[in-house]
Design a protein around this ligand. Structure first.
Ligand SMILES: *[C@@H]1O[C@H](CO)[C@@H](O)[C@H](O)[C@H]1NC(C)=O
Ligand SMILES: CC(=O)N[C@H]1CO[C@H](CO)[C@@H](O)[C@@H]1O
Length: 727
């Protein structure tokens, strides 16, 4: 098996696909059955008159939508694949010819992304198990902050001790922040001594950096330590400054005389009259600058909060690119985005378990994972806009013939990262990452798929990258608003999966993209389904068949089977029962607020708003997060919408319970028999919303729903339900 030609990676299809297909067929039959019911049955007599007919049609539309959407979600469950790599073979065949790899870390603001976290991520990727001469690490600082630069100079010094320590003791993870948080003292005495020393160095670096952070500036005597600080002499603000490029490590050696990777700091030029295109702009500047310095044919990009949790990652990725048979088709290798600070029952659905354990494996089976902007290895030439029909194989031995010293290149490098460089070029359009979309990553990945390339999703057991997830409801909703808005923009972009290259890209992959692109519009049917049936329950207008009717069957089957499937799938992905329940809640909130506002933003043409989610929390918030209490805290339109809808359901539910106590036994029996599905729906919503009612009326801490939101939502809910009731 280990011959010359044995592959460097292996692809397995999931087991039990046939069984799943049978199940999916039964669900599909029920969905069609429901459509037939809506299309052929008259609305019940009490509901016939006037505008009420529309309620029935609305239900039909919503069910058409849900049914179609469900079909799309099956595309990723049809053909999931799992990948395995053979690093041993890679090393046997190519150890001396391994390609150079450029590692990009992006940060944007030292306030929300603390420099200590940033440089720990930088150190973790510097310490990959890979020939250091062939690694170059770039930090793009869109905040242009001297604080971040200071931290990086300190990290450069620390790396001279840290890399030997990692190498000698093969420690994991190699982010010092994560390592010292989790590691127990080594038992071996030699290592113990080294551990003590390195820990001391780390603590000193941390103290120096935190001092500088607390002062808010780098003091004059510290500025003398590195000539790079003179760059800040002409610095006005983070939005108005010249390019800063500093090569911190070039051909340096560590404390034991081994080579160190290159380390480069870049803050591209920013001017108020030039739009900077957020992270896509930063990435494109990095691509150009790095092409002059190291020009590695493989590029990794990670967000500054995602440290490497496995030093094998580069070699794993190369197993895909360098595979003799299939490697030349692969444009990028995406790793899942995993989070270390998600609590056990993930109140905000933070782990996105099902997406990364199910959806992405399914996308991979259909031609390739999406590119999600972090934890992804790209082939450089493909980012430059190459199509698969062009010469797709690359020569891994190709060497960089830049013999100029970096010092002489600084002016040229600065020009590459200037505001005006991209004017009248294809950058942001056909070259590099695409501009004009809040999810530039998805759009870029899609355009690569449209050019005929495949991609790979690699999800090893020991996670390759660990990041920080959102920790309040508002952050979560805002983040999803941005994603869903961006995804919808992708749908209406030139590269839309709905029309571009139709017939050329695998239809399964197109459906996979649609799952995400249709997030925003799914808000409308969800909203409809979570309001109208509840109000009709109160009115006694049945929109669903009675329990005694044959039409009741498909509804019952769908409710039971989809819920059970969803639950079991979640458990299979490693979740808990409570985590699943929390996930249902947060998904309802996202759909009825984030997605809705994203949709409105696009229809009304409001601006792309880009909010970096904060990575720092105050202690109170942190404590509540660890207790898994939902954090409402801020009043925003998003929270108000969520609270209003849940109040409306409470009003309807309580209303109907009161109404039914006034009925005699027989009437009550008939009422519940005809309204059974309504009761289940509304009841489920009420139970799901329990923590929210608690936050509205009972909680006293700062994370409760703020009073103005409580008042607004109660008034709104009463108003809306009254209006609908008398319609
Ligand atoms: C991260 O790496 C450590 C050390 O190798 C490992 O024990 C841990 O399971 C990894 N974390 C995840 C989430 O895979
Ligand atoms: C950076 C951060 O917020 N980390 C926190 C993640 O959550 C755990 C608890 O689950 C905290 O201990 C970390 O401090």
């Amino acid at each position: 098996m280990d011959g010359e030609n044995s592959p460097l990676f292996d692809t397995e299809r999931a087991k039990g696909r046939k069984l799943h297909r049978v199940f999916a067929t039964t669900v599909l039959v029920s969905i069609v059955w429901i459509w037939v019911y809506r299309a052929t049955q008259q609305p019940p007599s009490t509901a016939v008159s006037g505008g009420r007919r529309w309620w029935w049609r609305g239900m039909f539309m919503a069910e058409l939508w849900f049914g179609m959407y469900w079909v799309f979600t099956q595309s990723v469950r049809w053909n999931p694949t799992y990948r395995r790599t053979f690093k041993q073979r890679l090393s046997q065949r190519y150890e001396d010819q391994l390609p150079r790899v450029d590692l990009f870390v992006c940060t944007a603001d030292p306030k929300v992304e603390p420099p200590m976290m940033v440089v720990s991520t930088v150190l973790s990727v510097m310490a990959y198990d890979y020939p250091p001469k062939k690694l170059a690490v770039y930090l793009s600082d869109d905040g242009g902050s001297e604080l971040t630069f200071y931290a990086l100079t300190q990290a450069a010094i620390f790396s001279k001790h840290w890399l030997p320590y990692c190498r000698n003791y093969k420690i994991e993870p190699r982010s010092p922040l994560a390592y010292f948080k989790s590691a127990s003292r080594p038992s071996n005495t030699k290592q113990d001594q080294d551990y003590t020393n390195i820990k001391k160095l780390f603590e000193e670096m941390k103290d120096r950096t935190e001092n500088v952070m607390n002062n808010g500036r780098v003091h004059d005597e510290l500025r003398l330590e590195h000539k790079g600080f003179t760059e800040w002499d002409s610095f006005t603000s983070s939005k108005d400054h010249a390019t800063i490029v500093q090569v911190l490590l070039d051909q340096n050696e560590d404390a034991e005389g081994h080579s160190l990777p290159k380390l480069v700091y870049l803050a591209r030029e920013k001017r108020p009259d030039h739009f900077h295109n957020f992270k896509a702009g930063a990435m494109n500047a990095l691509i150009r600058v790095s092409s002059k310095i190291s020009n590695g044919p493989i590029i990794l990009n990670v967000d500054c909060d995602m440290y490497s949790n496995s030093s094998d990652t580069v070699r794993d990725a190369l197993c895909f690119f360098m595979d003799e048979e299939k490697g030349h088709e692969i444009a990028f290798v995406q790793y899942p985005q995993c989070f270390e600070n998600v609590t056990k029952n993930e109140v905000y659905g933070g782990s996105m378990r099902v997406i990364f354990e199910v959806d992405f494996h399914g996308l991979d089976g259909n031609g390739g994972s999406m590119y999600i902007g972090t934890g992804c290895f790209h082939r450089r030439d493909i980012l430059f806009g190459k199509s698969f029909d062009d010469e797709s194989r690359i020569d891994w031995k190709m060497e960089n013939d830049h013999k100029e010293t970096l010092e002489n290149m600084i002016e040229e490098l600065k020009n590459l990262a200037s505001c005006t460089y991209e004017i009248d070029t294809e950058w942001g359009k056909e070259m590099g990452l695409k501009y004009g979309c809040p999810v530039e990553d998805i759009l870029t990945g899609l355009s690569i798929h449209c050019r005929g390339w495949k991609s790979v999703y690699y999800n090893p057991n020991r996670k390759a990258f660990l990041g920080v997830s959102t920790t309040t409801l508002d952050q979560t909703l805002v983040q999803h608003k941005r994603w869903s808005e961006g995804d919808l923009l992708v749908l209406i972009s030139k590269y839309s999966p709905a029309w571009f290259r139709l017939g050329k890209v695998n239809p399964g992959l197109i459906m996979g993209y649609l799952i995400y692109c249709l997030w925003a519009p799914s808000s409308v049917p969800t909203l409809y389904y979570s309001i109208v049936p509840s109000v009709c329950l109160l009115k006694g207008v049945p929109l669903f068949p009675a329990v005694t009717s044959g039409w009741f069957l498909p509804f019952a089957y769908i409710i039971v089977s989809i819920t059970a499937f969803d639950y079991l799938e979640f458990l299979r992905c490693g979740g808990t029962t409570k985590g699943w329940w929390n996930g249902r809640r947060i998904s309802l909130y996202k759909r009825t607020s984030s997605y809705l506002f994203a949709l409105l933003d696009i229809i009304l043409g409001s601006d792309l708003s880009f909010v970096i989610s904060s990575k720092v929390m105050d202690n109170d918030v942190q404590a509540r997060y660890e207790k898994e209490m939902m954090e409402f805290g801020v009043s925003s339109p998003l929270t108000t919408t969520v609270a209003t809808i849940s109040m409306l359901n409470l009003v309807c539910f309580v209303g109907v319970v009161m109404k039914s106590t006034l009925m005699d036994k027989v009437t009550r029996g008939v009422y519940y028999e005809t309204m059974a599905v309504h009761v289940v729906l509304c009841g489920a919503l009420v139970v799901l919303n329990m923590p929210l009612y608690w936050a509205l009326f009972v909680r006293k801490d700062k994370g409760k729903i703020p009073d103005p939101v409580t008042v607004k939502s109660v008034v709104l809910a009463l108003f809306v339900s009254t209006v609908l009731y008398f319609m």
